[in-house]
Design a protein around this ligand. Structure first.
Ligand code: NAI
Length: 463
């Protein structure tokens, strides 16, 4: 029996889903959003981007005090960790932001349908006993961590990213399986708070998908900070006994296995789309080999009235990609077609320094054709120098013939903020010359991007 008659039903209240729902409602469409968690905001706000940034920020300040960095700036402080308070401020931030989304739903008249959704047919969804019919259905169910075969997450000793945010005490030795974004961010939190951290990565460098120079330099910086990086190793066995884990690592290229013990193990080997329980087949949908729901340029699935956005659809699994797709799908449904260019979605790792990039890596750009590359070391940037932040560089990759900017990569304390400028320039089809001749305020870290653009033609001033 039809209980609702909606224009748009969004399944999932994360950054993709809640943004799609609000934008659809703004456009005058009668909209509801199904979310089973007791708070809106999805992984990002509840157990992902936001709480990890709250812990990264707090642990960075603690580290500055405990490591003597503040003393070098003329501030003598004694650092004492109060982990309970650090956790409490994280939870408070999450409460405030998730409550904010609930407020925005009310303000925009988006109805929150609490429960889990499963397709009942091509234009209807079951939420418990209720059947909801909608003209358009947007699937925005996000992703979950990937399990390693034979490794059980107990959230005590062996944790996923959610458990790694909640550790009740600082582990003596934290082993992180996976040298990707989650492993390096959460590994940074616990290293700063006093843990020895070993990162086990099966590839020969951390951060797959990032520019080769960036990956190499990032590895050096993390080692300098005290991380032990076991590159080219993968987990062969993990045994948990009372309060400890024994790990056997195998070199990927063959050779003798090595043993490690740890009092906490974080498994961060990627994420997979959430489609279980959705009963996609009842809507005539299926998933591709990677478990994603395929969509066309308009984010439309193979069913004309069903759309998919964010981590459940192809493309980078990033909150801002999901948000942009949320806006695009709502506008397309309202006949204001908008297409998202996946090439211009930035990636940021919120470590210290931050690591960011947009567009092609140098390797991919060279495969495409001749390029010119301008590079500028952060050491030569006056603001970074004044702040005692020597690590990193900015790199601008431009087409050798047209000078069009193809990629920008950046390691700097505020790289995540700096990369926005590169995204905007590339969105406008900028040449490296356009960035080079744009006036940048002095002294700012962003001047390093201008200098890297100038370096494309060998015209940087400060190197
Ligand atoms: P990831 O894909 O970034 O990294 C996983 C790493 O694990 C890879 O380097 C892979 O080579 C390695 N690996 C896989 N199996 C392994 C094994 N058996 N032994 C050793 N190493 C192994 O995945 P991650 O870090 O779990 O993040 C998941 C997703 O969440 C990513 O798509 C990421 O972009 C997103 N995310 C983004 C953040 C940001 O934008 N700052 C923050 C956190 C997550």
């Amino acid at each position: 029996m039809t209980e609702f008659d909606l224009d748009v039903l969004v399944i999932g209240g994360g950054p993709g889903g809640y943004v799609a729902a609000i934008r659809a409602a703004q456009l005058g469409l009668r909209t509801a959003c199904v979310e089973s968690r007791d708070r809106l905001g999805g992984t990002c706000l509840n157990v992902g981007c936001i709480p990890s940034k709250a812990m990264l920020h707090a642990s960075e300040l603690y580290d500055a005090a405990a490591s003597g960095a503040l003393a070098k700036l003329g501030m003598k402080v004694t650092a004492e960790l109060d982990l309970d308070t650090m956790h409490a401020q994280r939870r408070q931030t999450v409460d405030q932001l998730t409550g904010g989304i609930e407020f925005l739903f009310k303000k925009n008249k988006v109805e929150w349908l609490k429960g889990r959704a499963a397709f009942a047919g091509p234009d209807s969804v079951a939420i418990g006993e209720r059947i909801v019919r909608a003209r358009h259905i947007v699937i925005a169910t996000g992703s979950s961590h990937v399990d390693l075969p034979g490794v059980a997450i107990d959230q005590q000793i062996v944790v996923d990213s959610t458990g790694a945010l909640e550790l009740p005490k600082v582990p003596k030795h934290l082993v992180v399986i996976g040298g990707g974004v989650i492993g390096l961010e959460l590994g940074s939190v616990w290293r700063r708070l006093g843990a020895d951290v070993t990162v086990v990565e099966m590839l020969d460098q951390v951060l797959p998908g990032f520019d080769g120079d960036v990956r190499k330099e990032a590895g050096k910086i993390f080692r300098k900070q005290g991380f032990a990086l076991k590159l080219g190793f993968k987990l062969a066995a993990l045994e948990v006994t009372a309060g400890a884990a024994a790990l056997t690592l195998e070199p990927v290229g063959g050779g003798a296995a090595e043993s490690l013990t740890a009092d906490a193990v974080l498994v961060a080997v990627g994420r997979r789309p959430n489609v279980e329980g959705l009963q996609l087949e009842k809507a005539g949908l299926s998933v591709n080999a990677r478990g994603q729901i395929e969509v066309d340029d308009d984010l439309r699935t193979s069913a004309p009235n069903i759309w998919a956005i964010g981590d459940v659809a192809p493309g980078p699994m990033l909150a801002h990609k999901a948000e942009d797709e949320g806006i695009a799908v709502a506008e397309t449904i309202a006949n204001q077609r908008r297409v998202i260019d996946h090439r211009l979605i930035p990636s940021v790792v919120y470590t210290s320094p931050e690591i960011a990039g947009v567009g092609l890596t140098e390797e991919a750009a060279r495969e495409r054709g001749a390029v010119k590359v301008g590079r500028f070391p952060i050491l030569a940037n006056s603001r970074a120098k004044a702040n005692h932040e020597p690590d990193g560089f900015v790199k601008v990759i431009a087409d050798a013939d047209t000078d069009e900017v193809l990629g920008v990569w950046c390691i700097a304390s505020v790289a995540g903020t700096m990369i926005a400028q590169a995204c905007q320039a590339m969105e406008f089809g900028a040449l490296s010359e356009d960035i080079a001749y744009t006036c940048h305020a002095h002294p700012t870290h962003s001047e390093a991007l201008k200098e890297a653009a100038m370096a494309v033609r060998g015209q940087a001033i400060h190197i």
